[in-house]
Write a protein that binds this ligand. Structure first.
Ligand code: DGY
Length: 322
């Protein structure tokens, strides 16, 4: 890929991101303007700053809609989102305006699948309660029936969404002597896991892991009715997008012991309000959307976002275009 642009183009970067991506942009001759903070750029500031830019380097927290595209104006040619999820981008509107969109698949697959297994184990093996007990003196003595949870061994693991991340989670579970892996997805995938209908996934899973994209058909998929179909001993894990799970229904299901536990890396909204009932439950582990947070993945995501932008500005094939 050529990295030299024919004329100086400009890019607006909406946050502090790993420097490797910024270096690629500047070495390609781009004029980079950046919101150099860890907090999100205020919307008004963003709308003002993107006026007449050629490219936008954004994150999953930046809503890319008609308002933003209007504010950017006719010069905007490409949007690179530093994420694999793209539900924050109005793709139809981008297509209509001829704006190309790049994203960051693959480079975060291992990091996210790793975190998914970590969250599953933290929830099922009650790690947060254990850490708390070690710190606050309630450990007491070794107790045969204390802080027990279900084993992965011989269990049925269900995965909703069997794309890159879902398949990698299944691979990661390879060493746990799981009894069976089942999945629900639009298409059949060649693997040793078995494809089942969504209701079967709910009924059979001891551990149910959500790895699907957020779409109209997955929004609120886990509601009261879904929880009632699940095993009372089931553990739910969500590392995809918060809105796939109805949070109030989940809190109720956990309180009423309709399911045994939940591990969430994603919530609605983010951050989860401090007074949310889910935060008061011992059988719910909430993480602050850190699925892809390895040094390696975040750096690769930053670079791939930059490469997508540079390629599009050169009228070339983008490494990962939506
Ligand atoms: C994504 O990329 O969509 C994740 O949610 C954050 O890395």
């Amino acid at each position: 890929m050529s990295t030299t642009l024919s004329r100086q183009h400009s890019v607006y970067v909406t946050r502090n991101v790993p420097e490797s991506g910024i270096q690629l942009l500047t070495s390609a001759g781009l004029k980079v303007t950046q919101w150099k903070h860890d907090a999100a750029v205020p919307r008004e500031e963003l709308l003002t700053n993107i006026s007449q830019v050629d490219a936008l380097f954004c994150l999953l927290t930046d809503k890319v809609d008609s308002e933003l595209l209007d504010a950017a104006g006719g010069s905007l040619k490409v949007i690179g989102t530093m994420s694999v999820g793209h539900d924050h981008i109005d793709m139809e509107e981008c297509k209509k305006r001829g704006i190309r969109v790049g994203f960051t698949p693959d480079v975060l697959t291992h990091a996210t699948a790793e975190l998914t297994v970590a969250l599953l184990l933290a929830t099922s093996r009650r790690l947060m309660e254990g850490v708390q007990a070690a710190k606050d003196g309630s450990w007491g003595t070794w107790k045969p029936t204390w802080l027990c949870g279900p084993s992965l061994q011989n269990s049925t693991v269900g995965i909703l969404g069997f794309g890159r991340i879902g398949q990698q989670v299944a691979k990661n579970l390879g060493g746990f002597d799981v009894g069976k892996i089942i999945y629900t997805a639009r298409t059949e995938v060649a693997s040793c896991a078995q494809r089942v209908e969504f209701d079967e996934l709910l009924l059979q899973s001891d551990f149910l892991i959500i790895c699907c994209a957020l779409t109209d058909s997955t929004k609120n998929l886990f509601d009261k009715n879904a929880f009632l179909k699940m095993k009372k001993s089931a553990i739910l894990v969500n590392t995809s997008r918060g809105p796939v799970v109805n949070m109030d229904d989940l809190a109720e299901a956990l309180e009423n012991k309709e399911i045994a536990g939940a591990g969430l890396d994603v919530t609605v909204p983010e951050p989860i309000p401090l007074d949310h009932s889910l935060l008061k439950l011992n059988n719910c582990v909430v993480l602050p959307h850190i699925g892809s947070a390895t040094n390696e993945a975040r750096s690769a995501m930053s670079r791939l976002t930059a490469e997508n932008i540079i390629a599009a500005l050169n009228n070339q094939k983008m490494p990962a275009e939506l």
